[in-house]
Design a binder for this molecule. Structure first.
Ligand code: AMO
Length: 471
């Protein structure tokens, strides 16, 4: 070990700290009896008169440190505040049996601190960041996102989201899907509707991508099975608890399907894999958040829109039969019924009115008024959409005309479909909505690190996250 004493100045006291290899806090249990060096933040400081106790935190976890009255670090320790960034040297001791906290990480050890180097000071915190004392409402949390991200609850949410995105990739790669990067600037509106951000593109008009839909279909015609993890942008004018204007969209598309049911099955297995990975890798986070994963039974129930509406009517007497879509209340009621009947927290709904969905969705050949598009609902909220697409060029062109699309603007997409595109389909879900439903969060903004909505871009706009239930 290289032990060159180095001068550091802190509160007018010169002290010495050796250069030692940094040990991660999560690995300290392997170094009992050794002198080690850790780097991290002061999570908590408890001044007990003659002694000072700390919880130190790094990316791998926390450990308790104690500075004894005779320690050369005692003077420095008295000056240090929460969130100071420090390098600490000390001896890893086993705790006496009576002080062991078996349910805590490093609950059986303690670092007896011999030296502390202040790497960066921190101002007094504007609010209580401790696990038990943290009680900011969502608006205040978003206003202070830069600091609040250090809180274990917030970190747990985004660690789970990481696993969602990683395992989406892992599963599709294991099924021979090819990852591509979709463009964010597009010449046309893929999904239709007015929910689109226009950009001044030099002297032209362009749009922020609403969905990589047309691009994933193009890339599928070359690579057969494709997926992308990309930002999409929706100019949602409604401030609801489940809409953002910037979303991480997990998209997939596959060729040579026999029916829309193949797409449903791939999407179901993708979700099943994601849930299994969360269960495997995020036990600590789930327990910290006090959440149970949604139940996915062996075969997720699948209903047509008409059947779903019939079910709601039969159970609750609310007549939504003939409506063009499920509204949020219908989604909640349908999920509750399915949960009661089957134990499943998921339900697929397929067969929407053709004219109510984008031009590329495949109409049911036996009943072209309805299409072969589908949604997956989980715990009362839609979190995935997809289905079979029109692959025949002439049929596609008929829809382009009927939907009033400008063929010039989607000429690149249309070109691909002139040249032998097999039956195909795909699906997409939003990482934030999925995180929100898996963790039973009340507002999708909790599941977005830097949420954008009609009232907020960081602190640039001054609105507040909506808690208003949707109509
Ligand atoms: P859709 O528009 O239904 O389908 O979007 C797919 C999924 O993306 C998420 N999502 C959103 N999440 C938060 N805020 C929003 N404003 C928002 N908009 C969408 C949801 C939703 O289920 N091209 C089709 C997909 C396909 O057919 O492959 C599409 O974009 O989780």
């Amino acid at each position: 070990m290289h032990q060159t004493p180095r001068d550091d100045f802190c509160r007018g006291v010169w002290y010495f700290i050796g250069y030692m290899e940094r040990i991660l806090i999560g690995k300290l249990g392997e170094h009992v009896g050794e002198t080690v060096s850790i780097s991290g933040w002061v999570d908590v400081r408890r001044d007990q008169g003659k002694m000072v106790f700390f919880d130190f935190r790094d990316r791998s976890g926390k450990v308790q440190g104690v500075v004894l009255p005779a320690s050369p670090a005692i003077e420095v320790a008295k000056d240090i505040r929460n969130e100071y960034a420090v390098r600490v040297e000390g001896v890893v001791n086993k705790r006496p049996e009576k002080n062991v906290q078996a349910d805590r990480q490093n609950g059986d050890i303690e670092l007896e601190v011999t030296a502390i180097e202040v790497l960066a000071k921190a101002e007094p915190l504007p609010f209580d960041m401790s696990v038990s004392g943290f009680n900011l409402d969502l608006t205040a949390q978003l206003d202070h996102r830069a600091l609040v991200l250090r809180h274990p609850r917030l970190q747990a949410i985004f660690k789970v989201q990481n696993v969602i995105i990683d395992s989406f990739r892992e599963y599709l790669k294991s099924q021979d899907f090819f990852e591509f990067q979709a463009p964010a600037i597009t010449p046309a509106v893929a999904e239709g509707g007015a929910e689109v951000f226009e950009v001044n593109y030099f002297d032209k008009k362009a749009y922020l991508s609403q969905s990589p839909q047309l691009y994933k279909q193009i890339v599928m015609t070359a690579f057969e099975r494709v997926f992308s993890v990309n930002k999409i942008f929706r100019a949602e004018p409604s401030a609801t608890t489940r809409h953002l204007t910037e979303v991480v969209s997990l998209d997939a598309e596959l060729a040579f399907i026999d029916s829309w049911k193949d797409v449903r099955d791939v999407s179901e297995e993708t979700v099943r894999y994601i849930l299994k990975e969360i269960e495997k890798r995020c036990a600590t986070e789930l327990s910290l958040l006090g959440t149970k994963l949604p139940v996915m039974i062996e075969k997720t129930p699948t209903l047509s829109l008409t059947e779903a509406q019939e079910k709601i009517f039969a159970k609750n007497g609310r007549d939504v039969r003939g409506e063009k879509d499920l509204n949020p209340e219908d989604e909640r009621e349908l999920c509750a019924i399915i949960k009661e009947e089957t134990g499943s927290d998921f339900v697929y709904v397929y067969g929407y009115p053709t004219r109510k969905k984008p031009f590329y969705v495949y109409p049911n050949p036996e009943n072209p008024e309805f299409n072969e598009g589908m949604d997956l609902l989980c715990r009362g909220v839609e979190w995935l959409s997809g289905g079979r697409r029109i692959n025949n060029y002439d049929q596609l062109m008929t829809h382009v005309k009927e939907w009033g699309m400008d063929p010039e603007k989607i000429s690149m997409f249309l070109e691909a479909f002139k040249y032998g595109v097999p039956p195909e389909g795909g699906f997409a879900f939003g990482a934030e909505r999925m995180t929100m439903q898996i963790l039973e969060l009340k507002n999708v903004r909790e599941a977005s690190m830097f949420p954008r909505d009609m009232n907020r871009i960081d602190q640039l706009l001054t609105g507040h996250p909506s808690e208003t239930p949707e109509k």
